[in-house]
Design a protein around this ligand. Structure first.
Ligand SMILES: Nc1ncnc2c1ncn2[C@@H]1O[C@H](COP(=O)(O)OP(=O)(O)OP(=O)(O)O)[C@@H](O)[C@H]1O
Ligand SMILES: [Mg+2]
Length: 444
């Protein structure tokens, strides 16, 4: 894939370690221990994975119950898992055999992709529908939380611009998500994937994609109660259906945020290149972190290139930096994908690019809400009425770090709230590239 920085960052070590306790090899003593403490452990897990907020605690109780089944996969517990997961509205629980049959025993020819959590297979379900079957890799134990979160979150919401979850499978060690299959792959593999795709992205198609994604996000942010922050908006998580309608996928990193909280201090997940500075540095997660990622995605769609491309001359490597420089010179239009030739509306393109700069402003409160973004994109609101200052870029991370004179692995919150150890990170800059070195690789 053309974007090499676009891997989702891993989960915190502390919670990962805790989860790994649930997968102790079944020696007799361990079996006894697991059986005796399963109930306690499940409830303790619930305690660990909720924010220090009673509302979200209530909402996540069912995850603990599901884990209870998965931690000790006896026959009875398997039935228990089925029963428990089937209480999740609108999602079906599939038997492993059914998914095996759908994918011809997970045959490599049916494999359509691989992400940080495992492989995705195309399959035909018993009812005739095509599905994308995402098999979480067994070794990525921390995926359990993503898995269960994703089911809970997306089984209850439907929108034209969100991927449909058909159901899941949680038999034994298997943890599988079953989605509606989307014919035209992801934006990362098509629009940004170089010569590999035969799809043509006209200007009209691009505007439809940008507005569709913005609508999907506005729905998550402003219509779903409690609202949802996606946390991993990026080109590979935007899938395209037959008529190139965009669908936001991968709610694995989504987190329910109670309406009465302005933000939660949380571990940093997400993907380099799309991370809002305040989220990357302080783990401060609000809807505005998604708005930032959307701004980067918008730039990518209009320019037809990845946010970072190390093969380009140094001054062009970082898309946002380049956009800001061109904006200052009044030459923003230079950023539009040259493969479009003259097939684009100059005013509209400038508007979209300005919106992307607004979305990536360094101060979260200077970024518009997603419903405002929709209005700006469709021209219902005037973008020139908005003041645009320098966006939050990689260089800001550098100066923030040196200003605070923090040690390399203990950046703390400026929000007055200490970031827990799971969200502290070692941020180093090499040739303008941000790398996170203290977080383990997700699959390690
Ligand atoms: N519902 C779907 N329909 C069609 N293809 C899909 C679907 N879901 C995923 N894919 C394909 O599988 C690929 C891998 O998806 P996956 O979400 O596992 O990884 P990713 O998005 O590339 O990375 P990450 O793990 O960081 O999210 C996608 O890029 C896409 O090509
Ligand atoms: Mg994905």
């Amino acid at each position: 894939m053309a974007c090499n920085l676009n891997q989702t960052l891993p989960l915190p070590k502390s919670k990962k370690d805790f989860l790994s306790l649930l997968f102790i090899p079944p020696t007799p003593f361990c079996c006894w221990l697991v059986a005796a403490s399963t109930s306690l452990a499940a409830e303790f897990f619930v305690f660990l994975c909720v924010d220090s907020n009673s509302k979200s605690g209530v909402k996540m109780t069912c995850f603990g119950l599901c884990l209870r089944g998965i931690a000790s996969p006896t026959h009875n517990n398997l039935t228990e898992i089925d029963e428990e997961i089937s209480t999740i509205e609108n999602a079906r629980v599939y038997h492993y055999k059914e998914l095996q049959a759908a994918t011809e025993d997970f045959c490599p020819v049916n494999k359509i992709g691989k992400g940080g959590f495992g492989s995705v297979y195309k399959g035909r379900l018993k009812d005739g529908r095509l599905a994308a079957i995402k098999v979480l890799s067994v070794e990525s134990k921390q995926g359990v939380k993503e898995f269960l979160t994703e089911i809970k979150v997306i089984s209850n919401i439907e929108h034209e611009n969100l991927v449909k979850l058909y159901g899941c499978c949680a038999e034994g060690d298997h943890r599988i998500l079953v989605y509606g299959y989307l014919e035209n792959n992801s934006l990362a593999q098509t629009l940004l994937g170089g010569a590999h795709s035969s799809l043509q992205f006209s200007w009209k198609t691009r505007t439809k994609i940008c507005i569709g994604v913005a609508r999907g996000l506005a729905f998550l942010h402003e219509e779903v109660q409690p609202y949802i922050v996606h946390r991993d908006i990026k080109a590979s998580n935007i899938l395209l259906d037959r008529d190139l309608t965009p669908k936001i996928s991968d709610f694995g990193l989504a987190k329910l945020i109670p309406a009465d909280m302005t933000h939660v201090s949380t571990r940093v997940a997400g993907t380099l290149g799309y991370l809002a500075p305040e989220y990357a540095i302080r783990g401060q997660l609000t809807r505005k972190a998604d708005v930032y990622s959307f701004g980067i995605l918008l730039l990518e769609i209009v320019s037809g290139r990845c946010n970072t491309n190390k093969r380009l001359p140094i001054e062009q490597q970082y898309l946002l930096e380049r956009a800001w420089k061109l904006y200052k010179k009044g030459e923003l239009i230079e950023l539009v994908d040259t493969s479009l030739g003259d097939d684009f509306n100059v005013d509209e393109a400038c508007r979209f690019l300005k919106v992307s700069l607004l979305c990536t402003q360094v101060m979260p409160k200077s970024r518009p809400s997603m419903s405002t973004v929709v209005k700006l994109l469709i021209g219902e609101m005037e973008v020139d009425a908005e003041e645009i200052s320098e966006p939050g870029m990689l260089s800001d991370l550098l100066s923030l770090r040196s200003n605070k004179n923090t040690s390399s692995d203990s950046l703390s919150a400026g929000s007055g709230k200490q970031v827990d150890s799971s969200s502290s990170m070692n941020t180093t800059m090499t040739h303008g590239t941000m790398t996170f070195t203290s977080i383990n690789d997700r699959n390690s």
